[in-house]
Design a protein. Structure first.
Length: 371
């Protein structure tokens, strides 16, 4: 199994590591690990990209620029914000510098065009082989119920209407305190169904709209010769944020479902599961989700293995395993080794070491040298 290496070199307005530090760690990885692709972003640092590009291509590997799509671009450009069903502009959830988890409208032409425009303006596309697109989703329940239901601006409203969704009906249900209409009743692993046919159609339309938006975003990159990959949620949480994983896996060079079991931040499995449950009605939702997912422990080994088994039915999947130690994420060498061993045993050709191999303890990487 090959390891795709994710490197967080900074955000648009901040730098967390430079060229020398990155190349030193990468050289160790090339010497000691079976390295696949390199995903680096989204600090604007041309000297790092030039040096890393040379090193990566000398080793016959590929370099992807890691870039957010529907959140965090407001740091550097004017974006169209999402509008919740009450007509309010959505709020973000600041997690770390440069990452506010403030989600923009996926239907907005401006938002769809922006990622490729930013690459053109701030990065050298001749140094990279592709783009690794993050925040390719609606807000999750971690942003609260109102935000998690997606955007209800005029353009999104129109997109729903075209698919036969009565948004006035949906908004009326949402405005009631009782949220049991939005608790799913069945699952095929990647999507959920809901007892109310209009709610069921709403979630399906939400995912179709996101897939279509991402196809348009991806198309702009392909026309300039770049491959496109997506960062996604774990299967159990993806449908709620508009991610149809089978459709996205077809579309992309690869997808990286974030199977983060030690990370207590957005995208972490525990964080997202607890947010779904707390926003959709507490105990009754908890019992239903446990039953649907057939687990008592969302971060336990059996559920992890079942999510991997599901993902192994899709093409182009490189599961993402976190390896860092920082506030809100407490990985140990044993956790890193055991998780990656399980991914290998599930039959995957690659896994992504997330989200920063440069700041990860070297002892975490050493445990992978023989897997
Ligand atoms: Zn919208």
């Amino acid at each position: 199994m090959k390891y795709d290496l994710q490197i967080r070199n900074g955000c648009f307005h901040s730098k967390v590591c430079g060229s020398e530090e990155i190349c030193q760690r990468l050289k160790w990885c090339f010497e000691n690990l079976n390295v696949g692709r390199i995903l680096m972003g989204w600090g604007i640092d041309s000297s790092s990209f030039a040096a890393v590009s040379t090193l990566v291509h000398e080793h016959g590997s590929e370099l992807f620029l890691w870039l957010p799509v529907f959140a965090d671009l407001e740091e550097i450009a004017a974006t169209d914000n999402s509008m919740d069903f009450r007509g309010n502009s959505m709020h973000g959830v600041p997690v770390m510098e440069g990452e506010n988890f403030l989600f923009g409208c996926p239907t907005s032409r401006r938002n769809q065009a922006l990622p490729a425009e930013l690459v053109d303006q701030y990065f050298d596309s001749t140094l990279i082989d592709g783009v690794f697109l993050d925040k390719v989703r609606n807000a999750s329940f971690g942003n609260g119920f109102d935000s998690a239901m997606g955007c209800f601006c005029d353009e999104c409203d129109e997109a729903y209407r075209k698919k036969g969704i009565d948004t006035a009906y949906i908004k009326n249900l949402m405005s009631k305190g009782d949220r049991h209409h939005f608790v799913p009743v069945t699952t095929d692993g990647f999507s959920y169904t809901f007892s109310d046919p209009m709610v069921d159609g709403f979630f399906r339309a939400k995912a179709e709209n996101m897939t279509r938006s991402l196809q348009l975003v991806a198309e702009r990159f392909r026309t300039i010769g770049l491959k496109v990959a997506f960062d996604t949620f774990a299967p159990f949480a993806a449908w709620f944020v508009g991610q149809d994983l089978p459709a996205l896996a077809e579309e992309a060079a690869f997808i990286k479902p974030m199977l983060y079991r030690r990370c207590l931040l957005p995208a972490g499995m525990r964080f997202e599961f607890d947010s779904i449950v707390s926003e959709l009605g507490g105990k009754a939702c908890l019992d239903q989700m446990k039953c649907l997912l057939n687990t008592d422990d969302i971060t336990g080994d059996p559920f992890f293995e079942s999510q991997l088994a599901l993902l192994s039915t899709l093409p182009n999947v490189s599961p993402g395993i976190e390896i860092n130690v920082q506030s809100g994420c407490f990985c140990t060498p044993e956790y890193v080794k055991q998780s990656l061993q399980t991914v290998a045993e599930a039959g995957f050709d690659s896994a992504v070491l997330s989200w920063d191999v440069v700041s990860a303890p070297l002892e975490h990487l050493k445990t992978l040298a023989r897997i």
